[in-house]
Design a protein around this ligand. Structure first.
Ligand code: R5P
Length: 282
């Protein structure tokens, strides 16, 4: 049975359809003191696939509760899917006294599950923080699907060298074009400095690809530079369309043509489902 956290209901339904497995009914409550309770009334199966992107602290709590509920009501095997793993970018203690938050949340989620799957974590190594087998699935392969068929001499560009694999994957799926990357230095959570490559983008369509759009600072900076360099249309696509705060407005003001993402984080731009990839990996 597929059991959905409140932030991943569309993806959980897609996954249930892909696997031809029942979708459990779920309830999400909030008490007057602020505490949450996620439950799966009527859950009845030997195997539970709990699906929940941990986009907030409440979403983390819900996932722990759903893991607990399905065990309580009979699941012998629990698979936990974190389509988007929150806190994964805090994968190191960067200054004295800081926690390794990705490790802390992975350890908290491990006792309630037999296996973990996630999608394009910022660093693959976060899978090692779980105390149970954990693997990552590549959701980038389908990002080319919603792109227009008529891209002109396209460049698939990652805003830093770390995301070049995603640019290569999208280029290969699209079937034509070149892959390239900018250099990026981050000065603060909302300030990034991008250095473009020598590639001539003038008159060409550009697709900027990344694992996540969080504040949109990286992507909007890239879009601005590409327009300064006289690119034709600039599209942006990512696996995790977090689009926090004013990210979408920043991208629009920078002159982006269209923003695309997957349903690891359910947003208006979630054009592509990672359900088939998850179903294959299960
Ligand atoms: C960092 O290296 C990631 O790949 C993303 O580029 C980054 O997290 C995006 O963050 P933001 O949208 O806040 O610039």
């Amino acid at each position: 049975m597929i059991v959905s956290g409140s932030a991943s209901q569309v993806l959980a339904a897609e996954l249930a359809a892909e696997l031809d497995e029942p979708l459990a009914s779920v309830e999400y409550e909030r008490f007057p003191d602020g505490e949450v309770m996620a439950s799966a009334p009527g859950f009845e199966d030997d195997r539970a696939i709990v699906v929940g992107s941990t986009v907030s602290s409440d979403a983390h709590l819900e996932l722990l509760q759903l893991q607990d509920a399905v065990r309580e009501w009979g699941a012998e095997e629990v698979v936990t899917i974190l389509p988007y793993m929150g806190y994964a970018r805090q994968d190191q203690a960067f200054e004295t006294g800081q926690p390794v938050s990705a490790r802390a949340v992975a350890r908290a989620l491990s006792p309630g599950t037999d296996r973990v799957m996630t999608v394009n974590p910022h660093e693959e190594a976060v899978c090692d923080f779980f105390d149970v087998p954990a693997e990552s699935v590549d959701g980038a392969g389908r990002l080319a699907e919603p792109l227009p068929d008529d891209l002109h001499d396209p460049v698939f560009l990652s805003p830093d060298s770390g995301a070049i694999d995603i640019a290569e994957t999208v280029k290969t799926s699209y079937g034509t074009g070149t892959a390239d990357y900018f250099e990026k230095v981050r000065h603060s959570s909302t300030e990034v400095e991008l250095t473009p490559s020598d590639t001539d983008v003038s008159g060409r369509d550009v697709v900027v690809t990344d694992d996540i759009i969080a504040t949109g600072s990286t992507m909007s900076g890239a879009v601005e530079i590409l327009h300064e360099r006289e690119a034709s249309r600039v599209f942006v696509t990512c696996v995790h369309p977090m689009l926090a705060a004013d990210a979408y407005t920043k991208l629009s003001r920078a002159g982006v043509e269209t923003v695309y993402g997957t349903d690891t984080i359910e947003r208006a731009v979630s054009e592509v489902s990672v359900a088939p990839k998850l179903a294959d990996a299960l």
